[in-house]
Design a protein around this ligand. Structure first.
Ligand SMILES: Cc1cc2nc3c(=O)[nH]c(=O)nc-3n(C[C@H](O)[C@H](O)[C@H](O)COP(=O)(O)OP(=O)(O)OC[C@H]3O[C@@H](n4cnc5c(N)ncnc54)[C@H](O)[C@@H]3O)c2cc1C
Length: 461
């Protein structure tokens, strides 16, 4: 969508708000109490006169969407779309670097697959170096989150160095609310990014399109958020795809994790074969079960629906097998993940690609802005090049998390939670530095990016 099709203007006059005070977003400086929400709704109810959305038309069997103005509800320095592990780190890092940040999330909570997807084991934040020493390679915001989870009841277990900790989804959801609000980030939940906004004019230096924000779908129809830099941390690269960035599309395992309760009440006779009950969590008697699932297309809604239905039937069958085992009667199915476990879909074509061969050989990059660690016993660590976070053909859009540029065998490692913390952290700081330096994300001064990352506790090797 071109910027000129938008109108940020009269709508603000209509609702009596300036650009700095978004109508639906909530930041720490705003009162998020029920009272506040009721007053705003009443205000809109009396003064809002526009149509919520323009309907599509059906003509000659073809559906089309007429051109229409979209109200701009916010203008920000850095817009982060997708509030999973990568997006939350990107948003907090950018805000701590001193710019205005807006974070958009489609669901009612933050944490992405690590909370809504019930993916609870934190793999790959440490590695073993050639001297045989264990080194924590994901530090900074990821480490801060784990330290803060430790201080909350049932927040995290197995924190001993050299082990893979397990977190609790609800505690992590709560912690992220605190961390995002204390960073004064403007937050939009229940908002699904459905389009990118690009400027009418291409970038003078590269001739590439320049991203200027995103359109979100809300209950009131589409609304626009304008930004100087956009970070796509949807995991699926929705916004970079809509902006026209080159990417590769991959099929990968899709599964549905779940949690069981009362597993500490299993008392079986010796010799009884107990079906798999999963791994421990920070809550006594509660276990979580991962599910690998088949290779499938996580962008195809029919496929997603089929997998969701099949996974639920499979979980129920396994649960019944367990419950019908003598001595296991008290076990109950506590929760299936509210969010289907899609691992990899779109991967950005950046200007630098990480490969497993390169990581194993200790490849270094002049543009290093982060570090990651493997989880499959091969204990390698690798540098994250800045070029894996930026598009090769579109300006001012970055990515972090499971969609960063990596060969298929590398994406398998890049997608684990700590590595998403790490690349999200790097993307957030880089976007903030580009805003402060008034340059494109491509031209940002990487020495300054690294300086700020180190100041924020990140490990760069
Ligand atoms: C079944 C399964 C098991 C796994 N096991 C492990 C494990 O044991 N250990 C480990 O460390 N990792 C594991 N992973 C990987 C890890 O959970 C994910 O790769 C990681 O959470 C990705 O983080 P992210 O921030 O890049 O994306 P996500 O966690 O996917 O977050 C993306 C966020 O963006 C939001 N979003 C998406 N599209 C839009 C849109 N259009 N508009 C607005 N918001 C949007 C989503 O709702 C979500 O909150 C597993 C993954 C799966 C699926």
């Amino acid at each position: 969508m071109k910027l000129s099709e938008l109108s940020r203007r009269d709508w603000f006059k209509n609702v009596g708000l300036g650009l700095g005070a978004a109508a639906v977003g909530v930041s720490a400086s705003q009162d998020a109490s029920a009272d506040f929400v009721t007053k705003k709704v009443a205000q809109r109810g009396t003064e809002y006169t526009g149509k919520d959305a323009v309907p599509c038309t059906l003509s000659d069997g073809k559906v089309s969407r007429p051109a229409s103005e979209i109200p701009a509800v916010s203008e920000t320095d850095v817009l982060v779309v997708g509030g999973g592990p990568a997006g939350c780190c990107a948003a907090i890092a950018a805000a701590r670097a001193g710019v205005k940040v807006t974070l958009v999330e489609r669901y009612n909570h933050f944490g992405g697959l690590a909370t809504g997807g019930l993916v609870l084991i934190i793999l790959g934040h440490w590695t073993t170096n050639k001297a045989g020493e264990k080194v924590q390679v994901v530090q900074g915001l990821g480490e801060e989150m784990m330290q803060r989870l430790e201080k909350l009841p049932n927040g995290i277990c197995n924190r001993n160095f050299g082990r893979n900790p397990t977190i609790d989804a609800e505690v992590y959801k709560y912690l992220l609310v605190e961390m995002l609000m204390e960073s004064n980030i403007e937050l939009f939940l229940h908002s699904w990014a459905i389009d990118a906004i690009v400027d009418d004019s291409p970038d003078a230096k590269t001739g590439n399109p320049v991203v200027k924000g995103a359109v979100i779908q809300t209950k009131l129809g589409p609304q626009a958020i304008l930004a100087k830099q956009v970070i796509d941390t949807t995991g699926d690269g929705d916004v970079f795809a809509y902006a026209g960035c080159a990417y590769t599309r991959r099929l990968y395992h899709i599964g549905l994790p779940c949690r069981l309760g009362n597993t500490d009440k299993i008392h079986v006779e010796p010799g009884t074969k107990v079906p798999y009950i999963g791994d421990i969590t920070p809550i006594k008697g509660v276990r979580w079960l991962n599910m690998q699932g088949p290779d499938a297309d996580g962008l195809d809604v029919r496929e997603l629906t089929r997998l969701e239905l099949n996974s639920r039937r499979q979980i129920w069958k396994n649960y019944m097998n367990l419950k019908n085992t003598p001595g296991c009667e008290d076990v109950f199915l506590m929760e299936t993940a509210p969010q289907l476990g899609v691992r990899i879909t779109r991967v950005l074509e950046g200007t630098e690609e990480m490969t497993l061969e390169g990581a194993k050989a200790g490849q270094t990059f002049d543009s290093c802005v982060g570090y990651g660690g493997a989880w499959q016993g091969d204990h390698i660590g690798w540098q994250i090049p800045y070029g894996s976070l930026i598009s090769k053909n579109v300006e001012n859009i970055l990515t972090g998390g499971r969609s960063i540029c990596g060969a298929p065998n590398m994406s398998e490692l890049l997608r684990v939670i700590p590595n998403c913390w790490s690349s999200g952290h790097s993307a957030g700081v880089a976007a903030a530095c580009a805003v402060k330096q008034n340059c494109t994300a491509r031209d940002v001064n990487l020495d300054e990016v690294r300086r700020v990352l180190k100041e924020q506790g990140a490990y760069l090797g």
